[in-house]
Design a protein around this ligand. Structure first.
Ligand SMILES: Cc1cc2nc3c(=O)[nH]c(=O)nc-3n(C[C@H](O)[C@H](O)[C@H](O)COP(=O)(O)OP(=O)(O)OC[C@H]3O[C@@H](n4cnc5c(N)ncnc54)[C@H](O)[C@@H]3O)c2cc1C
Length: 364
């Protein structure tokens, strides 16, 4: 098979890229190893309300589970409330909607297709169609890697500072019954000594809650399960969730900041580019933004026969470089100081982006 643009990964980044390419009339192939787009969900499913600038959620009511208005931070000693308007989405419906929009606009979707190798010298992908158990080859003019937080492609020589994210939060999450009468209008974040280099969350999903923890394993050798069990016990004892657990998922969140964004005719977007926020772990909106922009630049490159990926790099860096590097720096400087409960209260205001102290303002 031959295509103008091949995209590995049909998450929000890859699908947004494919959609934008198709809208501009550029032939593209969107490839994912999953059988069902968006499934299994490995996400706490919060998006801030600015998502509507990029994907209009009012057009897809089934993607919205509920709205939230606040974010509550619990340090064990104090509770802080911030405005935190956004949505808890049905992530599988959300991802599927973007993919379907791309397909409707002209994208060729290959599901159950696992890309095993990129031969950059020959502009060729090789992989396997796992449904038909056949090998596949795809020749491309431009390649977009939107394969999520971890990829196994061997292109290190081509990308100066590396193609891969260098450090991760290991996250694990369960679904439980939310026992709060009338539900919750806020996302809850918990800082605890037993969740080192990370935090715990309870994000309401109507009658249920997504409850999870994330830890940076490189820095602390603690089994995720013991941290999660401590957390579940604590919030069960508070009467917030029930004892039944409906399914458990795990996943990685990149926390090392931006990677090289392109090399030659190969470019990265979403988690593959390191665009997740190193402290909050939020990455859906930046995946959609970066995928959409990359699609625009690749389309223009193909139409004008002039490689414009350097402009893509500059635009992404102008939006994301400063906030991501500030967050990454603060993560490494301040998390080690938050070992006891006093430490947490002292440093949280400089660490968590909802506090003014995070931005270095006085009186925070
Ligand atoms: C537990 C957890 C909770 C999170 N909660 C939130 C949250 O509440 N809010 C938020 O904004 N962010 C959250 N995130 C982060 C968010 O999920 C990511 O930032 C987002 O999914 C990035 O989108 P993406 O398209 O870059 O990658 P992904 O969504 O990971 O999509 C990558 C796709 O590539 C496919 N793929 C990978 N390798 C190959 C291959 N070799 N061949 C073919 N296909 C391949 C995968 O199957 C996948 O479908 C959370 C992450 C985790 C782990």
């Amino acid at each position: 098979m031959r295509t103008a643009a091949a995209i590995i990964g049909a998450g929000p980044a890859g699908a947004s890229c494919a959609y934008s390419l198709s809208l501009k009339g550029i032939e593209n192939v969107l490839i994912d190893k999953r059988k069902i787009i968006g499934f299994p969900v490995q996400c706490a499913e919060f998006v801030s309300r600015n998502i509507n600038q990029f994907v209009n959620l009012t057009e897809i009511p089934s993607a919205v589970n509920q709205k939230v208005s606040f974010m509550d931070i619990d340090t064990g000693k104090n509770l802080y409330r911030f405005e935190g308007k956004g949505y808890i989405i049905n992530r599988d419906v959300f991802d599927d909607y973007i993919v379907k929009s791309a397909v409707k606009a002209g994208t060729n979707l290959l599901k159950q297709t696992n890309i095993l190798k990129i031969n950059a010298g020959e502009n060729k992908l090789t992989g396997v169609d796992t449904a038909g158990n056949k090998s596949i080859e795809i020749n491309y003019d431009y390649l977009i890697i939107a394969a999520g937080p971890k990829n196994s492609f061997d292109l290190e020589g081509k990308f100066k500072s590396g193609l891969k994210n260098k450090s991760y939060i290991f996250a694990t999450q369960v679904r439980a019954d939310l026992l709060k009468e009338g539900g919750l209008d806020s996302t809850l974040c918990y800082f605890r000594p037993y969740i080192p280099y990370g935090y715990g969350w309870v994000f309401p999903k109507s009658k249920f809650a997504n409850v999870g923890i994330g830890i940076e394993k490189l820095r602390v050798d603690m089994p995720l399960s013991s941290s999660l069990n401590n957390f579940l016990n604590e919030i069960r004892n508070k009467g917030l969730i029930g004892s039944e657990i409906y399914g458990k998922t795990s996943g990685l969140v990149p926390v090392s900041g931006l990677n090289d964004l392109y090399s030659g005719n190969i470019a990265l977007c979403g988690d593959a580019a390191g665009l997740t926020h190193p402290i909050t772990g939020a990455g859906i909106v930046s995946a959609v933004i970066s995928g959409g922009l990359l699609g625009d630049y690749v389309a223009e490159s193909i139409k004008t026969s002039k490689n414009l990926l350097e402009e893509y790099r500059q635009e992404i860096e102008s939006i994301f470089k400063k906030p991501l590097s500030t967050a990454s720096k603060k993560r490494y400087e301040l998390y080690p100081l938050m070992t006891g409960e006093d430490g947490i209260d002292m440093f949280i205001k400089q660490l968590w982006p909802s506090f003014e102290g995070y931005y270095g303002k006085q009186n925070s």
